[in-house]
Design a binder for this molecule. Sequence first.
Ligand code: NDP
Ligand code: 2IT
Length: 446
Amino acid sequence: MSSAFVDSVLAAVISRNPAEPEFIQAVREVVESLDPVIRKKPEIARLKIVERIVEPERQVLFRVPWVDDKGEIQINRGFRVQFNSALGPYKGGLRLHPSVNLGIIKFLGFEQVFKNALTTTPIGGGKGGSDFDPKGKSDNEVMRFCQSFMSELFRHIGPDTDVPAGDIGVGGREIGYLYGQYKKLTNSFTGVLTGKGLSYGGSLARTEATGYGLVYFTSRMLRDRGADWQGKRVVISGSGNVAIYAAEKIQSLGGKVVALSDSGGYIVDEEGIDLAAVKRIKEVERGRIKEYSGDHPKASYTEGCAGIWAVPCDVALPCATQNELDGKAAAILVKNGCIAVAEGANMPSTPEAVECFLASKVSFGPAKAANAGGVATSALEMCQNSMRLAWTFEEVDARLHGIMDNIYDQCRAASEAYGAPGNLAAGANIAGFLRVAEAMTAQGVV
Ligand code: NDP
Ligand code: 2IT
């Protein structure tokens, strides 16, 4: 829905942030759903909360020089966008991928603000990363890059200021190197990064949290349709951290994951994906999903990742990257009888795809709600670090489950209170926004 208010906010964002299509897309999606909020609460417009919320509090861009194994000097660009600290220290991941630019980090940081608000844990929103490509690099090259990246980043972060974590291309190995360099430069052992190894302050269940949380959220979507995971055919894009642990939880609940992908292509295994093999290929060998078909002769591999949405399924979970599922793919999913789509990745569905799901009465779980389990568990890691205590896997998982249920309830309640019953995308935007807006209002014009 559009109004003079929405149009004027969007026009200003577009003119101030040209050439940042992903950021504009993310802002448009949120701001358009705020129309009923502005009508009900005129003080939001008077205090210019929306106009303030679309402007990052601080953006840091820096040079990241490092020396490769051949002795050649390489130069990458580093980013940290500290978007909003109304609810707590900036919190959000670091992405290492050649496609990274300021607009992508801003879209991710903007989404993170509302996602983190939905978790109800005390964290603001931020995001960072670099156009460094970890693929094909040696461990030593990755270490030298991470050390150089942290040599600048360390002055901008801190356990009560800004707490980065992982995202695409940043897992346990990278967090370890980043943490080591931070510790050396500051001579302090703090909870400044999350996703740490268990031997130096990490939390049990953080590795699993985004995927498990996504499945807990989707379980609620299915329950509202009188359904569960038993016997469901599931297609998951990606084969990284989020995809693998979503698949693991689905299998334990009786669902059958039949397809996974990476940026090269996708595999289909009608017998159900052998997750131990995927973990070996992806987590241990850092290989390609194509290798799965080598020792699984009944499985097929298809070049190109976009075709995965044509594999018939009951539930689809896009868990790779932004705009990976477009209107055409959405229409095919609907035609094949898909009943639920939940976003493990950030903004994986294009606006046309979201429109198609909503119009076709497919249950749709938006990223900022459905994938919030990762950052929620990061907040639990911060909490354990502050207490200098470590909870059991069961304790962290139970808290995660409770947080995902609570996010689902917030989304549903907001969708009903603001005239879009059952539209969880609108509900997530409104519930997340209201929490940040209340804190910003209380804290004055800062
Ligand atoms: P990983 O790096 O572990 O895995 C990423 C997966 O997505 C890989 O299979 C990768 O394939 C694929 N992929 C990445 N970029 C592209 C692309 N441009 N086209 C096609 N496939 C691509 O990352 P995560 O699993 O951690 O992250 C996946 C998504 O989930 C991202 O959108 C991230 O922002 C989001 N997310 C992550 C959270 C976390 O805690 N890690 C929390 C919440 C959201 P390939 O190896 O070929 O590049
Ligand atoms: O998109 C995300 O929520 C993440 N990459 C996780 C961020 C975090 O701080 O754990």
